[in-house]
Design a protein. Structure first.
Length: 309
């Protein structure tokens, strides 16, 4: 099956009340683990690359690895730019074959965000590509995104309606309490489902996206720390909250940190148990398997997208 846009998968998710996992990629093993898991669960899936992942892996390599995954599996796969920082990056990805791009204008004021998003929407739609935009600011650090807690803000539902109407964006990332990175909450985790409900009431036909939504799976953190890591106090969004979000109108849930923890924990375990290991296949094979297991768990137990392909 060729790459698809997110349009049909999001329409189905809104009708049937489930979410689609959007998993960040930057190398072959992560791509294999994600797509193998999605195929086992017969689930649609979104592979997404940030601008820093593109700098690391380079677009031609990313495209060929995704192409190989499509040759192996017959499930709907979209390739998405995560947190596009400017029009030029979005254009580059559109021209290279991405089927979806995100323009992140949340660091600008409302009018500047509208203008930038509209510029990307016009170019993307002319090339058959869909656009995700963002309104509201998520705290935390991940790749090139760095927002202080004091600068974070919830999405205003009325502004969300105006923003979608004026820009024509295809989906909207909102801020309801999630944050980027492994340290999402200092106290108890809390998401503003009241804000989500109001936004869905005002723009019922617009797919809603949650960024910064890794669970920061405790077992994976423990694995990293047991085998020499130093990740104290990491805390993410509990699976129960993400499942509730998937039932409450969220169509796309982003996952990056959990995959990093899975890969790092598995590699650390190999090195700790066998200090003589130096064959990349010996430590990347279990890393890939744990990525696959993590993605299967998300799809089957949290997002509800099993058998929705």
């Amino acid at each position: 099956m060729p790459l698809v846009t997110t349009k049909e998968m999001f329409e189905k998710s809104m009708r049937e009340h489930f979410a689609i996992g959007a998993f960040n990629v930057n190398n072959m093993e992560i791509i294999q683990g994600i797509v193998d898991a999605a195929a086992k669960q017969n689930s649609p899936v979104i592979l997404q690359a940030s601008s820093s992942a593109i700098k690391y892996a380079r677009i031609p390599y990313l495209m060929k690895m995704v192409e190989a995954a499509l040759e192996e599996h017959d499930i709907p796969v979209a390739l998405h730019l995560d947190h596009g920082p400017d029009f030029e990056t979005c254009k580059m990805c559109i021209d290279s074959g991405f089927t979806s791009v995100m323009i992140d204008g949340s660091k600008y004021d409302f009018e500047e965000n509208v203008a930038l998003t509209k510029q990307v929407v016009d170019y993307a739609h002319a090339h058959g590509v869909v656009v995700e935009a963002e309104l509201g600011k998520l705290a935390g650090i991940e790749d090139d995104v760095n927002v202080a807690d004091s600068d974070a803000m919830y999405t205003d539902p009325e502004q969300a309606r105006e923003f979608v109407e004026r820009t024509g964006c295809d989906s909207l990332a909102i801020a309801i309490g999630t944050s980027h990175g492994a340290y999402k909450f200092k106290g108890e985790a809390k998401l503003r489902f009241d804000i989500l409900a109001k936004i869905k009431e005002l723009i019922p036909n617009t797919p809603i996206v949650l960024h910064g939504a890794s669970t920061v799976i405790p077992e994976l953190v423990e694995m990293c720390n047991t085998y020499g890591g130093n990740i104290p106090g990491a805390k993410g969004v509990p699976d129960e909250m993400l499942h509730e979000a998937s039932l409450s109108g969220v169509s796309k849930i982003n996952v990056d940190t959990d995959l990093r923890l899975a890969m790092t924990g598995a590699i650390r375990k190999v090195f700790a148990e066998d200090p003589s290991a130096f064959d990349p296949r010996k430590y990347l094979t279990p890393a890939r398997a744990l990525v696959e297991e993590t993605v299967e768990h998300k799809i089957r137990d949290v997002f509800g997208s099993s058998n929705k392909a």
